[in-house]
Design a protein around this ligand. Structure first.
Ligand SMILES: [Zn+2]
Length: 256
């Protein structure tokens, strides 16, 4: 973009923001955006929630973010994935966090514009915790075709759609590929959010399958989802990927 165009678009954006203040998707409060989320001068490995989300959430919701403090999730003998990381907490003191509420707005209330900042936050965690040779394929947890048609999008895919471009922008020398045509959810399942513990495991048991095994043979895979609660879904996905010949599967989610 030429400088002239850049200045033009900045003026237009300024005018739009002055005339149309934003509505916070989490609490519905009207607020004035104070910053834009230009990340070019930020350290991509340590993106700051407030900076990234400030054009989208009101100041009060912004300050309610709860970062993940411990990476120690305890051992689970049935765990099929190698390691898992997330950007923020899903619950705090049994209460859903602002972050979780914003994710719900994105997924169920058509606030698709949140895909952009969420994707940036997720990419930040990816480059912070994975070395470039650690991942060959990045895969969204798939939806059942019926759910996909109902919703119109796979929220997990929207969280990685621009990762290749972002890797170039931020000079992350990594040659992972986004792969959407290997892992499928062939069985209809209830939304996990409505279930607890063991019934979540039952719900997703044998719901996934791998087509085209040669594509994943010996590959190091990163599974992407919006929320990691009991891990039942990603565990099932990791199981079929390993059966299909993957070397390992890791997990990255926005919240946990
Ligand atoms: Zn708010």
């Amino acid at each position: 973009m030429t400088d002239f165009k850049k200045i033009g678009s900045r003026i237009v954006r300024g005018l739009i923001e002055a005339v149309f203040p934003a509505k916070c998707p989490v609490c519905s409060k009207i607020f004035h955006r104070t910053r834009n989320n230009d990340l070019s001068k930020q350290d991509i490995r340590n993106l700051d929630f407030e900076q990234v989300m400030s054009p989208f959430l009101c100041p009060q919701c912004l300050s309610g973010f709860s970062p993940i403090e411990s990476l120690d999730y305890g051992e689970n003998s049935r765990q099929q994935f190698r390691k898992s990381r997330s950007f923020g907490n899903y619950k705090e003191k049994d209460e859903e966090t602002v972050f979780a509420k914003a994710i719900r707005c994105f997924k169920y209330n058509e606030k698709i514009y949140l895909a952009k900042p969420f994707e940036q936050l997720l990419f930040s965690v990816f480059v912070r915790y994975w070395e470039k040779e650690e991942i060959d394929l990045v895969m969204p947890v798939p939806l059942h075709i019926r759910r996909f048609r109902e919703r119109g999008f796979n929220q997990a895919y929207l969280l990685i759609r621009n990762w290749r471009r972002m890797a170039e922008t931020f000079h992350i020398g990594s040659d992972f590929r986004i792969e959407r045509d290997v892992l499928f959810r062939h069985r209809w399942t209830q939304p996990q959010a409505k279930l607890t513990g063991i019934s979540r495991e039952e719900n997703v048991k044998d719901a996934f399958s791998v087509r085209n095994c040669p594509k994943i043979k010996g590959k190091k895979i990163l599974l992407i989802d919006d929320i990691h609660t009991t891990g039942a879904t990603v565990n099932e996905c990791a199981k079929v990927l390993l059966q299909g010949g993957a070397e390992y599967a890791d997990v990255l989610t926005l919240a946990r």
